[in-house]
Design a binder for this molecule. Structure first.
Ligand SMILES: Cc1cc2nc3c(=O)[nH]c(=O)nc-3n(C[C@H](O)[C@H](O)[C@H](O)COP(=O)(O)O)c2cc1C
Length: 352
């Protein structure tokens, strides 16, 4: 099965760097692709121009296949009322004051249009387009296929995997509840779709005929070996790569990865209006205690105004600290070394 994934995606190692919406770096994506895996780059919030610039930078940094990742609209996006928007801003006004930032004014739109993003992605023609939060439309799959782009969907339940296969995707990421970042469920609520990787992967493998990529809680050769034993064709790794020096994470984020125990992460909708796994901090605590949340995408946009500044200043208490339950297993400072560690799990015989 691993061979099948390598053939489809044009890679040497069935190891995928997870995309990091808002935190991907060209350096890390290229390092994983150049090392024989599939580097992914998260395009959440990117407009056409930024997608074109990123594609050009990636082409300069690697001649190997890479993936672009998009969030699909679910139709459940909340159009926050002026009152909800103001209440959410009010609940974090102390952070704007603390950082000497003006209170945000509601923008014309919170996110770039998906069609605009897609046009730029199709033009850039990455080897792979991976998506979260839904099944890509037949038009998207057809347009990608026309340009030789493979399409990878993301499932958190068996039903989602079946829907993605019916939608014509080339491979499926099975994202267990251990994983860092947003719970990308789209058929049921994320709260009722929390299946762990070890239960999810073999059930998805049994249900679909396309290759399955295991994600969530994999950070070393043991996790890779376990995923393959469960029938996965490959793995997608996030947190462990985020810790490496090639990633865009700041020191506060790296320290959070180093200091979060297996039980230490939380699932919270405080930062974005959608459930996501990360380390708790003052921002999460204050927002949760306030009870105000404008919902996605407004909440993500509002907190994004202070998070960007806090991240730039290295203030971990006021930024997002997405990380998964295997954070404490993330030990490598260098992406090439981590890739070698993960590749050791692909060998037929356990490597010491
Ligand atoms: C900062 C951050 C941002 C993420 N953003 C995205 C995203 O935009 N799209 C996506 O498919 N996955 C996203 N993820 C999930 C990862 O790509 C990956 O699937 C996950 O981290 C795997 O679990 P692990 O962290 O236990 O290895 C994100 C993860 C992190 C840590």
């Amino acid at each position: 099965m691993p061979d099948q994934l390598q053939r489809i995606l044009g890679i040497d190692l069935p190891i995928v760097l997870g995309p990091f919406g808002g935190l991907s770096s060209v350096e890390l994506t290229a390092a994983v692709s150049n090392g024989g895996g599939l580097g992914s780059y998260g395009l959440y919030g990117y407009d056409e121009a930024r997608i074109r610039d990123t594609a050009a930078a990636l082409r300069d940094a690697t001649a190997r296949p890479f993936a672009f990742n998009l969030w699909l609209p679910t139709g459940d996006e909340i159009d926050a009322s002026p009152a909800e928007f103001d209440a959410a801003v009010q609940s974090v006004s102390a952070f704007f004051d603390e950082l000497d930032l003006p209170a945000p004014v509601r923008p014309r739109r919170f996110l770039p249009d998906l069609d605009e993003q897609l046009e730029a992605v199709l033009e850039a023609a990455p080897a792979v387009l991976s998506v979260v939060y839904g099944v890509p439309s037949p038009e998207i799959v057809e347009a990608a296929r026309h340009r030789g782009i493979r399409v990878v969907g993301t499932a958190t339940t068996v039903d989602e995997a079946l829907a993605l296969e019916a939608g014509g995707v080339d491979a499926i990421v099975a994202s267990g509840a251990e994983a860092a970042g947003h719970r990308v469920s789209f058929l049921r609520s994320p709260e009722t779709s929390l299946v762990g990787t070890i239960a999810l992967v073999p059930q998805v493998v049994d249900a679909v005929s396309v290759p399955v990529i295991a994600a969530g809680g994999i950070a070393d050769r043991r996790g890779v070996r376990a995923a393959l034993a469960l029938g996965a064709a490959g793995v997608q790794v996030g947190t462990a790569f985020l810790r490496t020096r090639q990633s865009a994470a700041n020191d506060a984020h790296r320290m959070a990865i180093d200091s979060t125990a297996a039980h230490g992460s939380v699932l919270t909708a405080a930062m974005s209006g959608r459930l996501a796994r990360g380390a708790s901090n003052r921002a999460v605590e204050v927002i949760e205690a306030s009870g105000a949340n404008a919902g996605f995408p407004a909440q993500n946009w509002i907190t994004g105004r202070f998070r960007a500044e806090a991240t730039a200043r290295g203030l971990g208490e006021l930024q997002s600290l997405w990380l998964g339950q295997a954070a404490a297993l993330a030990r490598h400072d260098d992406a090439h070394e981590l890739l070698r560690e993960l590749a050791a799990g692909l060998a037929a015989e356990p490597q010491p």
